[in-house]
Design a protein around this ligand. Structure first.
Ligand code: SAH
Length: 285
């Protein structure tokens, strides 16, 4: 005899044994790159129990509908051209809400510990003696590439992958990065926040001897219905991106894994009937 599952018993079984959100705690939770199907059970478990949710831009707001009614929901990102709250103010807000005895969910885009300042917020909590938990999320550099049909690694192409940010705290190109070493040592480079300086970044990679014809792509609004992918090569990607008018949030990928998209663009296949090839690395006739 098979057990009959109702939607209630499903959710009971799904969430059974997952941690209980204690009052006065802060949970830093990764919300994934956009598509709410990429949330983890831990993330939904947190949303269902929270008394206060402080969320960033880049988080799909429909996921807030899993929350209990009448809880406090605060937006902590940039909106309508207005600057985002200062990082320190967000941390202080989390501390204040936790000290009020609330279950505070800090919901962040992607993964909290990948270019997400999750570490800074968590250390602020440590300093204020607020207990916390961290839930990883699918980072844009992994989930976004997958939705573009670009594998972060492929055995015939690369045995390593580098994640980097295209700008530092001041908004400039990160000085701390040794671009020459990256060009020489990184087989595949996945760049976050690189749109602003894409021209200078690609110039530095080329100057350090990187192949101008190597594959490169820009993926905007990855995993959302507005996803747009531009495929080019290293020497042309910056100019083509400027011409295309594509805007952040975007990832830029440099490496021949980009060529795999001809075979692996599963989303293009599923939604637009795109024809895929089983030999994407074979030179075109
Ligand atoms: N913690 C996040 C990254 C935050 S930094 C994560 O793990 O994904 C913000 C940058 O992430 C954006 O400027 C962009 O480079 C990238 N990003 C986040 N979501 C994205 C998306 N849906 N599509 C493309 N890039 C995205």
């Amino acid at each position: 005899m098979s057990t009959e599952f109702t939607s209630d018993s499903y959710s009971k079984t799904l969430f059974e044994g997952l941690p209980e959100f204690q009052p006065g705690w802060v949970w830093l939770v990764g919300g994934g790159p956009g598509d709410r199907g990429l949330l983890t059970l831990h993330a939904i478990n947190a949303i269902r129990q929270a008394d206060a949710i402080v969320y960033d831009a880049l988080v799909d707001e429909t996921i807030l509908s899993f929350a209990r009614p009448n809880i406090l929901v605060e937006f902590a990102g940039k909106r309508g051209g207005r600057p985002s709250p200062k990082q320190n103010d967000i941390t202080l807000r989390l501390i204040a809400l936790a000290k009020e005895g609330k279950r505070v969910l800090r919901l962040k885009g992607g993964d909290p510990f990948i270019f997400g300042r999750g570490g800074e917020e968590a250390l602020g909590l440590v300093g204020a003696e607020v207990p916390f938990r961290v839930v990883p999320g699918i980072t844009a550099g992994i989930g976004g590439l997958c939705y573009a049909g670009i594998p972060a690694t492929h055995r015939d192409i690369n045995q390593s992958v580098t994640f980097l940010t295209g700008h530092d705290q001041t908004g400039s190109m990160p000085d701390a990065l040794n671009w020459d070493a990256i060009a020489k040592g990184s087989q595949v480079i996945v760049m976050y926040m690189a749109m602003k300086h894409l021209r200078s970044i690609t110039a530095k990679l080329l100057a350090a001897g990187r192949d101008p014809h190597e594959g490169a792509a820009v993926i905007c609004n990855a995993t959302t219905p507005r996803q747009a992918v531009l495929v080019s090569d290293l020497q042309s990607i910056a100019e083509e991106t400027e011409k295309s008018g594509l805007k952040p949030p975007a990832l830029c990928v440099v490496g021949n894994v980009v060529r795999m998209r001809d075979g692996l663009d599963w989303l293009g296949f599923a939604t637009q009937g795109k024809t895929l090839t089983a030999t994407p690395l074979k030179p075109k006739e």
